[in-house]
Design a protein around this ligand. Structure first.
Ligand code: PMP
Length: 407
C-alpha cells in the first residue's frame, strides 16, 4: 500500500466523523465537492475574527493584512499550476464563472460569424451551454469530438474537425462523469497548428494531477477551489498574458477601472481588469491553506492512493452480477461510474444512502454523454485521499445486496 497515513489524514477532516442514517458516513461524492481539512475551516474563522476588511482600498492596518493574504493566494495558485506570471491568475467564482468569463470577453471579441468552437461529447454543461449561447449570438458553429465505447476521445476525428475556421477548442481535462483523463497536450498542439486557442476545464484534474500550464502551452485553464479541498464560491482562471491584455473586461464596476468619468473610463491592468467588485476575500484566503495542504501531502502520494482505491473498487464491483461500468478509459482519475442491470440509478443511490454511503446518481451535468451511452444516468463513486478500502468493501456489499434484491 501507499506511503500515506490515511488515519492521520482522516483526523484532519472533521466532517468524516459522523453517522448518517445510523451508519458511519462513507463519503464517495468527491467529484461533486471534496471535504475540507481543519486548516481551511480555521482560516475562514481566523479571517473573520482577525483581519476582515475590504482589500486594495483602505489605508489601514487590517486592509493591508487582508490584501497581503488575498494576494498571497494568487501567488500560490501561480506556483500550483506553474504559470509564468502572477498577473495571469484571475480570481473567479469557480469553473463555471471562468468559462463564462472567457465566452463573454474572448468569445465576444474574437469569435464571429462562420467561426467554429470545438468541444467534446463528455463536457460538463458548463462547458457546453456558454458556447451554445455565444454561437447563437454570433452565428458561429459548435463542433463536437466523438468518443469510443470506453469513453475516450477519438483523436483522429478531433483532428479532422480542426480547420482555419476553428477559433477555440474547449475540453475537459478529467471527466467528472467517467474519470477519463484526456490527452490535453496533444489536443493543445493540434489546435495550435490551425491557429486555434485552447481552454482546458480543470475542475476535476487539479486535485489529482500535476498541472503545468507552461509545459502544456495552454491558453486558458479554469478550476474550482471546492474540488481541491478548498471553500465553495471561489475558483481561478489562468490565461496567457497577451490574450488577457487583448480581451475586453468582463463585468464593470469598482476595482476593474483606472479612471472613471462621464466622458469615458479607462480600465485597470490585469488581473484586476477582470475582478470587478469586492471579491470573495475570505474564501480566497482560505484556499491558500488548501493549496499548502495538498502540496504538503503531495499529489504523487495522493494519486498513488487514489489509483489503488480505483483498482480495488473496479475489482470488487466487477465481481457482482448485473453491474455495468461506464467509462473504462486507460487513463482515469478516481471515478467509478456504474449501474445495475434493471435498477434505476436513483434507487441505488437511495439504498446506499440508507447505509451511510454518499454517492451521486443521475446525469452528472453531462446529458449529451448520457445520450451517447443511451442511459438516463449512472451511479458515481468518486474517491479522495481520505477514503479507504474498508469503505469500498461497504460499497460493494451494498451494491451486491441491491443487485440480489432487485434483479
Ligand atoms: N466542469 C467539470 C468537469 C466539473 O466537474 C464541474 C463541477 N461538477 C464543473 C465544470 C463546474 O464547476 P463549478 O460548479 O464549481 O463551477
Amino acid at each position: 500500500s501507499t506511503s500515506l497515513d490515511i488515519e492521520r489524514i482522516r483526523e484532519q477532516f472533521p466532517i468524516l466523523h459522523q453517522e448518517v442514517n445510523g451508519k458511519p458516513l462513507v463519503y464517495f461524492d468527491n467529484a461533486a465537492t471534496t471535504q475540507k481539512p481543519t486548516v481551511v475551516i480555521s482560516a475562514l474563522e481566523n479571517y473573520y475574527k482577525g483581519i476582515n476588511s475590504n482589500i486594495h482600498r483602505g489605508a489601514h492596518a487590517l486592509a493591508d493584512q487582508a490584501t497581503t493574504a488575498f494576494e498571497a493566494t494568487r501567488l500560490s495558485i501561480k506556483d500550483f499550476i506553474n504559470a509564468k506570471e502572477v498577473e495571469e491568475v484571475i480570481f473567479t467564482k469557480g469553473t463555471t464563472d471562468g468559462i463564462n468569463l472567457i465566452a463573454a470577453t474572448f468569445g465576444r471579441a474574437f469569435i464571429g460569424e462562420g467561426d467554429e468552437i470545438v468541444v467534446s461529447t463528455m463536457e460538463h454543461h458548463s462547458n457546453i451551454v456558454p458556447w451554445q449561447m455565444l454561437c447563437e449570438e454570433k452565428g458561429a458553429q459548435l463542433k463536437v469530438i466523438p468518443l469510443n465505447a470506453k469513453g475516450e476521445l477519438l483523436m483522429e476525428e478531433y483532428e479532422a474537425l480542426l480547420s482555419e475556421k476553428t477559433k477555440l477548442v474547449a475540453v475537459v481535462h478529467a471527466s467528472n462523469a467517467l474519470g477519463t483523463v484526456n490527452p490535453i497536450s496533444e489536443i493543445i498542439s493540434n489546435a495550435h497548428a490551425v491557429g486555434a486557442k485552447v481552454l482546458v476545464d480543470g475542475a476535476q484534474s487539479c486535485s489529482h494531477l500535476d498541472i503545468d500550464v507552461q509545459a502544456l502551452d495552454v491558453d486558458f485553464f479554469v478550476s474550482s477551489a471546492h474540488k481541491i479541498y478548498g471553500p465553495t464560491g471561489m475558483g481561478f482562471l489562468y490565461g496567457k498574458r497577451q490574450l488577457l491584455e487583448e480581451m475586453p473586461p468582463y463585468q464593470g464596476g469598482g476595482e476593474m477601472i483606472k479612471t472613471v468619468s462621464f466622458e469615458g473610463t479607462t480600465y485597470n491592468e490585469i488581473p484586476y481588469k477582470f475582478e470587478a467588485g469586492t471579491p470573495n476575500i475570505a474564501d480566497v484566503i482560505a484556499f491558500n491553506e488548501a493549496i499548502h495542504w495538498i502540496s504538503q501531502v503531495g499529489k504523487e502520494a495522493i494519486r498513488a492512493h487514489e489509483n489503488e482505491l480505483l483498482a480495488y473498487a473496479h475489482e470488487k464491483l466487477s465481481a457482482i452480477d448485473g453491474v455495468i461500468f461506464y467509462g473504462e478509459a486507460e487513463d482515469k482519475v478516481a471515478v467509478v461510474s456504474f449501474g445495475i442491470q434493471g435498477v434505476h440509478p436513483f434507487d441505488i443511490g437511495m439504498m446506499l444512502d440508507a447505509r451511510g454511503i454518499a454517492v451521486r446518481t443521475g446525469h452528472h451535468c453531462t446529458q449529451p454523454l448520457m445520450q451517447f451511452f443511451g442511459i438516463e444516468g449512472t451511479v458515481r463513486a468518486s474517491f479522495s485521499v481520505y477514503n479507504t478500502k474498508e469503505e469500498i468493501d461497504k460499497l460493494a456489499e451494498g451494491v451486491a445486496k441491491i443487485a440480489r434484491m432487485m434483479a
